[in-house]
Design a protein around this ligand. Sequence first.
Ligand code: ATP
Length: 214
Amino acid sequence: MAGNLAGSHFGKLAVFGGTFDPVHCGHLALVEAARQQFDLEAVVWVPTYRPPHKGDRVVAPFWRRLEMVEIAIGPRSEFRVSAVEGERSGPSFAIDTLEALQQRYRAERWYWIVGSDAVQFLPRWVGIEILVRRCEWIVAPRAPDAGAERAEAVARQLQQRQLNWRWHPLDWTPLPISSSDVRRACRRGKTLEDSVPSSVADYLKKFRLYEDSP
Ligand code: ATP
């Protein structure tokens, strides 16, 4: 576990899971917007070891992706990175992650941050019936017109299973950045401009990451 939040007691604590292959400015901006809007005391970034939905598409090793998140968030005390998913073998299920984090941290209210493209898969997540009880959900629109509709559809699907999904839209201007775009730019030797923090751009260059990515 990077950083030392263990044993601390929080008011509002959010989990932000992702492949972060690599972390980019869209991730950073949405977490900062969520922190401010929902008055989050801390956000734990959780790089996924092996995302169940991305299969072999993950390119960089877990520890590289973890290191890039550490570099990107810097020494801010309200942001932490957790290696919890690297400590288990097999696919990374959110429910296992939440249980591991809830053993380490105490909080009055737990939140889970998710982008509007990922939210549609929620009804199929392993353990979703427990996750919806334990967390409130912050849904970040990924394009100006996407978000609320998808989230409402998810809420309806879960309602049919008697699950009360508590979700909140993130009010922000979506940044059109994706890890896929960053990997493509690296492969083509293009400058990364404002899509990743300069510290991450330096790291990508130094270790020549994604230059041969598929
Ligand atoms: P890839 O392009 O490889 O699919 P990605 O950019 O979607 O990657 P992930 O690490 O898979 O990055 O995303 C982690 C979480 O952040 C997901 O919930 C995703 O929906 C969300 N997210 C990523 N980028 C954005 C963005 N620009 N706007 C809103 N949400 C985002």
